[in-house]
Ligand binder design. Structure first.
Ligand code: AMP
Ligand code: ZN
Length: 485
């Protein structure tokens, strides 16, 4: 299969021609969420970026196996840290699997709201314990890991004799050794840069399994090595995740695969950039860890209004996946307008009628659209090209330009097909011609009138009924807004 698609490969740090190993099959693995809390909107950005990539590959005709895991155990950055799922279960006095179930369901609901396609396989770390233990055995057998007090550590120095630990992240091993020397709980390690692939459980630790070394649990990086290899083969095409996973997570994955399976696992490493909120890093501890629910209801001190999932999705796609993206009210409000304009184009394009000849070059317009996406999934340029399409629609509507029947049909199918299938954007009041919005404005006006005459029981009753029907009402400085939950 021929493809002009070029991707920026983090490993080589250059654009390379996209050449799938077994065309037209593409294997893609993306690190999924750790299910101990609601995902934040930054996580959604990363998963939306890979949804765009998945959709475009499918659109080009590739047969894609998209694997995105669920991390339901052992997310340990520092070897002395407590597993976040166990911690949550302990604090709430529930089973770890209840934590996992709650937030896995929540994650699926959230991604559906943002119109993301489900992956082909969604494996869990706890479902692949046997394979993880087998990989550890292989790594130990090869001399790249050692047991110490019931835990097993990857031996970075042994590995570095013939391999370059740091090849993906660009980190220098000597610097790493200096910088990690001060960490606690390193006594069992031969070297500070070594990382745990099996950890002996402390007596109070809840999630633990029997393994040849101890009753314990696997290191976080191990699951992705095992599950990507199991479902995509020892070498596959695309591995994705956020930039923050480059080190140590992905660097360790490469090392584990090479040491245990003897193969370089990934052809193209793709990393999404971080989403910030009002210029600040998205972090729960700083009050900037905004959840999708807060965005959709507007229930956050930094938000002046609610934003619909499609506005948020559109806003995210307006930035290239490798650029940072800042969420702020002004930019989101502009995106809301832009999204509506684009969707009006989708409605209007269907109403256009053909003429005997064409005054616009639709072939060129379409070629430019695909060239943008072929250039490392450059969605902002593609969206600009779609807005050029909106301009065409309006010119044709006004009788200033015209298209032949075949050009019009190509224009209609490309324009709407791209917006729906590749960008995954859909109209929010599809099918009702704005009737719902009209009705809602009317009901909200009745509610405001009730509030003005201090009839709060009627006002609350209207709000509660609307909420039961799936509408979220928000009273803000500039009036009352609603969104569909
Ligand atoms: P986690 O559940 O923490 O492993 O994160 C799930 C995914 O979201 C990973 O690919 C992270 O790299 C990504 N991620 C975390 N924070 C952000 C952020 N602020 N912006 C974009 N992606 C993020
Ligand atoms: Zn991973």
């Amino acid at each position: 299969m021929e493809s002009n698609l070029h991707v920026y490969n983090t490993l080589s740090r250059e654009m390379e021609k996209f050449e799938p190993i077994n065309p037209p099959f593409v294997g893609m693995y993306v690190c999924g969420p750790t299910v101990y809390s609601e995902v934040h909107i930054g996580n959604v950005r990363t998963f939306t970026s890979f949804d765009l990539i998945y959709r475009y590959l499918l659109h080009l005709g590739y047969k894609v196996r998209y694997v995105r895991n669920i991390t339901d155990v052992g997310h340990l950055l520092d070897d002395s840290e407590e597993d976040k799922i166990s911690k949550k279960a302990r604090l709430e006095n529930i089973e770890p699997m209840e934590v996992v179930q709650r937030y896995t369901v929540d994650f699926h609901d959230t991604m559906k709201l943002f119109n993301a396609l489900s992956p082909s396989i969604e494996p869990t770390a706890t479902g692949h314990l046997i394979e993880q233990i087998e990989l550890i055995e292989e790594i130990v057998k090869g001399g790249f890991a050692y047991e110490s007090n019931g835990s097993v550590y990857f031996d970075v120095q042994a590995y570095s004799k013939n391999e370059n630990y740091g090849e993906l992240s660009g980190r220098n091993i000597d610097e790493l050794l200096v910088n990690t020397r001060e960490l606690d709980g390193q006594d069992d390690k031969r070297h500070p840069a070594d990382f745990a692939i099996w950890k002996k459980a402390e007596p109070q630790h809840i999630m633990k399994w029997h393994a040849p070394w101890s009753l314990g649990f696997p290191g976080w990086h191990l699951e992705c090595s095992v599950m990507s290899t199991k479902y995509l083969g020892a070498t596959f095409d695309i591995h994705g995740g956020g930039m923050d996973l480059k080190f140590p997570h992905h660097e360790c994955e490469i090392a584990q695969n090479k040491a245990g399976y003897g193969q370089d696992p990934v052809k193209y490493w793709l990393h999404t950039n971080m989403l910030t909120f009002n210029g600040r890093k998205m972090a729960k501890s700083e009050g900037t860890g905004v959840t999708p629910r807060q965005m959709i209801t507007g229930d956050h001190p930094l938000l002046t209004q609610a934003y619909s999932p499609m506005t948020i999705r559109f806003f995210m796609l307006q930035a290239h996946y490798r650029s940072t993206l800042d969420f702020n009210n002004e930019a989101l409000q502009a995106a809301e307008k832009g999204f509506k304009r684009l969707m009006r184009g989708v409605e209007d394009v269907q109403q256009l009628t053909a003429e005997p000849t064409s005054s616009l070059n639709i072939d060129q317009w379409k070629a430019d659209l695909y060239t943008a996406m072929d250039d490392d999934f450059n969605s902002p340029i593609a969206i600009a090209q779609l807005f050029e399409g909106v301009r065409y629609v309006n010119l044709i509507k006004d009788g200033k330009e015209h298209l032949s029947a075949s050009d019009l049909s190509l224009f209609q199918s490309t324009f709407t097909g791209f917006i729906h299938d590749v960008l995954g954007l859909k109209s929010e009041d599809e099918g009702d011609d704005g009737q719902v919005d009209g009705l809602m404005q009317f009901i909200l006006q009745l509610r405001n009138e009730a509030k003005e005459r201090k009839d709060y029981s009627t006002a609350d009753s209207i709000r509660n009924t609307l909420q039961e029907l799936g509408f979220v009402i928000k009273d803000g400085k500039d009036g009352t807004t609603y969104t569909k939950a």
